[in-house]
Design a protein around this ligand. Structure first.
Ligand SMILES: Nc1nc2c(c(=O)[nH]1)N[C@H]1C(S)=C(S)[C@@H](COP(=O)(O)OP(=O)(O)OC[C@H]3O[C@@H](n4cnc5c(N)ncnc54)[C@H](O)[C@@H]3O)O[C@H]1N2
Ligand code: MOO
Length: 670
């Protein structure tokens, strides 16, 4: 749907993109160009490469490699397979040991920029540079460029060998592009729809903007009181305070006898029969137990007044003579196996903070603590609009058409993030259809898929212009997913929007109607009531996942009242190549606490994310093996359902332990 053409953007981006597009299409030929002198020349280096002249230094060629073109069976191909676009970009960054046959050039800065240009080239390629054969073995398709590598790439953590650059830690704004003026302002986080060009927002900034975008709307949303059976997966709108002591009365922790004082103990007359049930759970208060007496009791039964301990049935002997004896191996300790009233909480104690995700365990605790209903944050209502004429909803791909992978995925993903999904609609690639669907949606958040780029049938931007939307994020410096966007829209108002219909000029993106410049289009509605938001996810499926985690997750987190997750750093099991300027999100799985990057991580692929535990945040420039990187949880991964953050939980666990809570020492191990 989106033709490859230079995007509107800063001239450097265009230059590089053009070079990279060429690099993927032109086999290298001819002599090598002279080495470039500085990082400033990196785009030129990319262009040189694109024009078929491998930049200095070159890969050391094996004796049988005479053509300079990498063939599938070139000596280093096997080791390099993971680096192929879409199949990894993993396992080589700054680690010459991973790459056989690469010369050490002694000019790391120079080589780095060549390297990064080549990485960009691979990333820009529509097809992965490796393919699967029928046996699921990765084979390399012939490369169209030669590459070089040096030891100590300066894109790696630290300063490399020349001390000129250091890797930005995760969650920090990436280092400015070398061609940007040092000290120049960072990209406007609220770029105008009319801006001459759109600078991508840094990935951490994009997440922060998305988290702040709906603060007002979240504050306006009144909590909803709902029965326990309906609130699983929602978020507590108020702290959960105990409505009762827990346990509400002194309770026997074991089946056995309630005792009073030291033994032996006299049993009630007529209880020699072992079938006698004694005090059962669920019974009201019983008569006081006199000193020196015992009575049979069941687990969970109310301990009679005067009882000083419970003796487990296996630790006592009823000889049938009316006396109970404790086994000498198990002397009775005062209070043993009695759960005292209020051991877990006193009425009024705060059990859980507002913002807690309602899990099955929370439902259980709430019920135990006396709740029939819970106050929860109103779930934001979300509508998913899937754009793309090429999409099929069933059967096998045919005639250039493919299955819609996002329709079945995005709604459930948003639901897992706490949204109420009103529905998923598939729309034709028609400007008016997209406009009408967005304009008339009653959802708090409209999530579109596809159509975010600048192709002839990419209708998201034109629709936002027609609606006078405010673009909060318009492109993010993240791979995949960089065309993602976040906009603020006025509330749907059918009468108002009807008057807008047919007034746009979708073919003229330079003539938009915008909140900032009314005049070319309708005067935008300025929201006097809570706004709604639109998240535009790119059409490439993994790029859409990137948009879900970058923009939808923080936006919905605010709207659902959840605390920010703790991404939890993990060491990388393998080096991961980075993008020179953008953050990369790479599916990973955990093995022995290390994040193992998964292959099949290309923008159009879901095979990696389908088996992933999370997405590793690879800072611009890449990350070496062993580097601690943040890993974003997927909404269904175990830690994502823990609320609040891991760190807070650990702190709370410590607090509880030091409060002496947990299993009472008297109760002993079960
Ligand atoms: N000239 C440029 N072209 C493109 C750029 C760019 O910077 N300059 N960026 C590329 C990137 S990166 C992405 S991502 C896509 C984003 O494009 P759109 O959001 O407009 O998405 P589409 O063009 O509609 O689709 C892209 C791709 O994804 C497939 N797709 C779309 N929807 C689905 C779906 N529901 N299920 C499965 N696959 C889907 C679609 O068929 C295309 O192959 O733009 C690039 N172009
Ligand atoms: O690679 Mo695009 O970044 O697929 O979003």
């Amino acid at each position: 749907m989106t033709p490859r053409r230079p995007r509107d953007g800063d001239p450097l981006d265009r230059e590089v993109d053009e070079a990279l597009a060429l690099a993927n299409e032109s086999p290298p030929q001819g002599p090598q160009p002279p080495g470039t002198e500085s990082e400033e020349d990196w785009a030129d280096a990319a262009l040189s490469l694109a024009n078929g002249r491998p930049a200095q230094p070159t890969r050391e060629r094996s004796p049988d490699d005479t053509d300079g073109v990498r063939e599938p069976d070139d000596a280093d191909d096997a080791d390099d397979a993971d680096d192929a676009d879409g199949i990894g970009g993993i396992g080589g960054m700054g680690n010459t040991g991973d790459i056989a046959g690469i010369a050490d050039t002694g000019d790391p800065t120079r080589t780095d920029w060549v390297e990064t240009a080549l990485d960009l080239a691979r990333e820009a390629a529509e097809e992965p540079a490796a393919v699967l054969d029928g046996q699921d073995h990765v084979r390399r398709r012939p490369e169209v460029y030669s590459r070089s590598r040096s030891s100590g790439s300066p894109t790696s953590e630290g300063t490399g060998t020349n001390g000129t650059r250091s890797r930005a830690p995760a969650h920090q704004t990436p280092a400015p592009h070398p061609k940007r003026t040092p000290g120049a302002p960072t990209p406007n986080p609220h770029p105008s729809m009319n801006a001459a060009h759109r600078s991508p927002t840094s990935w951490p900034d994009a997440r922060a903007i998305a988290a702040r975008a709906a603060v007002k709307e979240a504050a306006h949303a009144a909590p909803v009181l709902r029965p326990l059976s309906e609130v699983l997966g929602q978020v507590l709108a108020a702290p959960l305070a105990a409505l009762t002591d827990l346990p509400p009365f002194d309770t026997s922790a074991m089946d056995g006898w309630a005792l009073s004082g030291p033994g032996p103990w006299r049993l009630p007359a007529g209880t020699e029969d072992q079938g006698h049930q004694g005090i059962l759970a669920g019974h009201g208060e019983t008569a006081p137990l006199p000193d020196g007496h015992a009575v049979r009791i069941a687990t969970g039964a109310r301990v009679p007044p005067g009882a000083t301990a419970v003796l487990r049935s296996e630790y006592g002997t009823d000889a049938g003579d009316g006396w109970l004896h404790a086994s000498p191996a198990h002397p009775v300790v005062l209070g043993q196996d009695i759960r005292t009233r209020g051991q877990e909480c006193r009425s009024g104690d705060q059990l859980l903070p507002a913002g807690t995700l309602v899990t099955p365990a929370v439902l259980g605790l709430a019920a135990a603590a006396g709740y029939d209903e819970l106050p929860t944050v109103r779930r934001p209502r979300v509508e998913v609009l899937v754009l793309g004429d090429e999409l099929l909803t069933e059967g096998l791909p045919h005639d250039g058409r493919i299955r819609d992978a996002l329709g079945p995925m995005v709604g459930p993903w948003l639901r897992a993030l706490g949204a109420e999904v009103l529905g998923t609609r598939r729309l034709a690639d028609e400007a008016d259809a997209v406009y009408a669907a967005v304009a008339e949606s009653s959802a708090d958040v409209v999530v579109t898929t596809g159509g975010t780029a600048a192709g002839p049938v990419d209708h998201v931007h034109p629709t936002l212009r027609r609606l006078g939307a405010e673009l909060l994020v318009d492109g993010v410096a993240v791979r995949p997913g960089h065309p993602m966007l976040l906009a603020r829209l006025a509330r749907a108002n059918r009468a108002n929007h009807a008057s807008h219909t047919n007034r746009e000029n979708p073919g003229n993106p330079g003539n938009p109607g915008s909140a900032e410049t009314p005049g070319n289009a309708e005067t935008p509605e300025r929201p006097s009531r809570p706004a709604r938001h639109l998240v535009g996810l790119p059409g490439n499926p993994l790029a859409a996942v990137s948009g879900l985690l970058t923009l939808a997750e923080p936006l919905l987190r605010t709207l659902t009242g959840r605390p920010a997750p703790d991404p939890g750093p993990a060491p990388l099991a393998e080096a991961v190549q980075g993008h020179p300027r953008d953050t990369r999100l790479v599916p990973v799985t955990f093995r022995q606490d290390a994040a193992v990057p998964l292959r099949f991580n290309g923008p159009a692929m879901l095979r990696g994310i389908a088996v992933a535990d999370g997405l590793a945040v690879i800072p611009p420039g890449g990350a070496k093996r062993g580097t601690e990187v943040d890993v974003l949880d997927l909404p269904w991964s175990a830690s994502a359902t823990e609320q609040p953050s891991h760190a807070d939980q650990a702190r709370q666990r410590t607090d509880r332990a030091t409060d002496g809570e947990g299993i009472s020492p008297q109760e002993g191990p079960a």
